[in-house]
Structures are given as C-alpha cells and as structure tokens.
Design a protein around this ligand. Structure first.
Ligand SMILES: *Cc1c(COP(=O)(O)O)cnc(C)c1O
Length: 346
C-alpha cells in the first residue's frame, strides 16, 4: 500500500484562500492580522489573553521566563513528552527534573510528584503536557505549584483553572496547523505582560519607556499569511474533530473495539497491547509503509540518558501502539491498516 504518515496536517480551500489573500495584501509582518488572530485564539480558548509565537518551543520559553524561572531553577517534567519540552527548560538556564508517569495513563500524576519529596515551603514549576489528546485533572496537584499546561497535543477550547498559563503548538503534526506556530494563553495579566516583553526584542510594542523585567528576549515572529491560515483553521475546529472521530470509529469497528487509550480529543489512536511488543509491531508496520510508533513519543530518560525509576513509562512504551490518525486517511485505508495490524497481533 501507499506509505501512510502517522500525523499529517490538514487544510481546505478556506485556508488556501485566506493565505493567498494575505499574500496579495502584502501583510508579511502580520501586524494587522496578528492582533486579530490572537483575539480569535483567546476567544476560542476562553482566556483573557493569547500571544502567538513561531513555535510551541518559544511559547514554553516565554511561559517559563514569565513565571519567574531563573538560572538554576528546577522545572519538573514527565519522561513521556516531546524532547522540545526538555530543551525549552534548558534554554532558559533552568534544570529539568524528569519524572515517571502514572500507571492509569501515560501522563504525569500526583503520585510521581509525591515520590520527589519536595520541601513544602518552596514553589516549584511544573510543565504538564496533556499528551496524545488525553487529559489529566490538574486539581490533583498541590495548589502551591506553578503549573504550565502544555496543550500542544490536547488542543481544546479551555485551560485548567489550576494552570497559570497554557501553551499551544501549531506544528504540522498537531491537531491544527498554521505551518509552524504556537501560543501562550492565560488569564493572568501581569504574567502575559512579561510574555509580551519577552517576545519583543525590538521594543516596538512596549517602546523604550518600559525596559521590562525579563532577563532576555527572543524574536519569535509569525507572518501575516500564517495568521490568516490560523484564523481559517480555528473556524474548522469542529469539523476537524468530527472527521477524526469518524476515523476513530472506523478503527474501532475494524479492530472489534480493542482496548485503547481514550483521549478527550481524537488526536491519537493508541491500542493497549496485551500480548506482543509495541516497538516490534510498530517496526513491522513501518516496514510496510505504515508509520506506527510505540507509545507515540520518545522517553526523555532514554533520549537524554537520565538516571531514575521510570517503570510506568517503560511499561507504556512496550504496550502502546500508536497508529496513523489524520484527516488525509480514508475509511478504506484504515481497513487496510487494520487488516495488517490484526495479522501482526495474532
Ligand atoms: C510539539 C510539542 C511541543 C513543541 O511544539 P513546537 O511547535 O514543535 O515547538 C511541545 N510540547 C509537546 C507536548 C508537543 O507535542
């Protein structure tokens, strides 16, 4: 069969028209459309503020700096996430403390944090990635933690009230894309002012009257045509969710309602294998041109050779098989994939 990618961006004519119009208008700097896109995104998320960046990575950097993470501060992150999260922490001079994930779902859990025995009088910063479209209830974490909710993989119209800030990514492997791009969203005005300073190396928005209080700044721009695409994409959100939900249904039917992770939004389709090893089966599928992966994420402790106990993450890596899910698939292709998957699972 034709090669099938694991995750692939989708767009329709409305996005092509919007991008073309923006190029005709010559809005390369995005000054006009950026304000509009940020307004639409904050309305969509139900937050008071949204600031666009050129990537989720820059959004994480901005959130960490705004929240007051300093040289040598510790930032707690789970081993099941994108390596970018680790690099973002390192890039602001902080130290990533990588912990295991829960036994119920492959997301960081309160029990993983309890294992760290943190002194109760210190304020720690956490990045909590809602991986694979899954959702961890953040209220279970102690309220004195600073929480950045990483919504790159669970793009839904809200952030947890327990999170100070949320970050979004519009990279071409996410639910919605604007080419590349990201955003910080929050209801906290002073944090968002710091985000704005951080993202303003030319002092154009805050002028030289306000030196700001951030230690350094980054140039993280989005162009007019990216903003135009984002505006068109946000309007497609419900349609995208519906199309993906149909594909999930097709998988469930073809595989006979298998045991799988139950994401809040249909971002990934991930089987929980009771026999067979996910890394081996994923490799067999990729040999046949079907881009499947164990878990759907690397484990940071393996990528960065870190010491520690990561038993749950290792177990998830062996048992979860992530199959292709995106709107470029058809029900026929899914049936073909499932035919091969069933044979490999026998
Ligand atoms: C993709 C991703 C990021 C990084 O986003 P980019 O836009 O690619 O920089 C951060 N966190 C998670 C959980 C991601 O999946």
């Amino acid at each position: 069969m034709e090669p099938v990618s694991h995750s692939f961006p989708s767009f329709d004519n409305s996005c092509i028209k919007a991008a073309t119009q923006s190029l005709y208008d010559g809005d390369f700097s995005g000054i006009v459309s950026k304000e509009q896109a940020e307004h639409s995104l904050s309305c969509f998320m139900g937050t008071d503020y949204a600031r666009l960046t050129s990537s989720g990575f820059h959004a994480l950097q901005a959130a960490l700096i705004a929240i007051g993470v300093k040289l040598g501060s510790k930032v707690i992150i789970p081993t099941v996430t994108c390596p970018s999260v680790y690099h973002a922490v390192v890039s602001v001079g902080a130290i990533p403390v990588v912990v295991d994930v829960g036994s119920d779902v492959p997301l960081i859990a309160e029990e993983n944090v309890r294992d760290l025995s943190l002194p109760p009088d210190e304020k720690y910063t956490f990045i909590i990635p809602q991986m694979f479209g899954l959702s961890r209830n953040l209220e279970e974490f102690p309220s004195h933690f600073n929480i950045i909710e990483d919504l790159a993989q669970r793009f839904t119209p809200y952030i947890s009230s327990s999170a100070e800030m949320g970050v979004v990514s519009f990279s071409p492997t996410k639910l919605l894309t604007m080419g590349y791009g990201g955003a910080v969203v929050s209801n906290n005005r002073s944090l968002m002012e710091r985000v704005s300073h951080f993202l303003d190396p030319d002092h154009t928005e805050y002028t030289l009257f306000d030196p700001g209080t951030v230690p350094f700044r980054v140039h993280s721009s989005v162009s007019g045509f990216q903003c135009a695409i984002l505006l068109a994409q946000l309007k497609r959100y419900k349609q995208v969710i519906k199309a993906r939900a149909k594909l999930v249904e097709a998988y469930d039917m073809a595989l006979g309602d298998p045991e799988r992770l139950q994401p809040e939004v249909p971002f990934r389709y991930q089987l929980i294998l009771r026999n067979g090893s996910a890394p081996i089966i994923a490799e067999r599928l990729r040999e046949r041109g079907i881009m499947a992966y164990p878990l759907g994420s690397q484990l940071l402790h393996n990528v960065f050779s870190l010491d520690g106990k990561f038993d749950n993450a290792e177990k998830w890596y062996q048992t979860i098989l992530s199959l292709p899910l995106h709107e470029n698939l058809t029900i026929d292709i899914i049936q073909d994939i499932c035919f091969i998957v069933r044979r490999l699972l026998l």
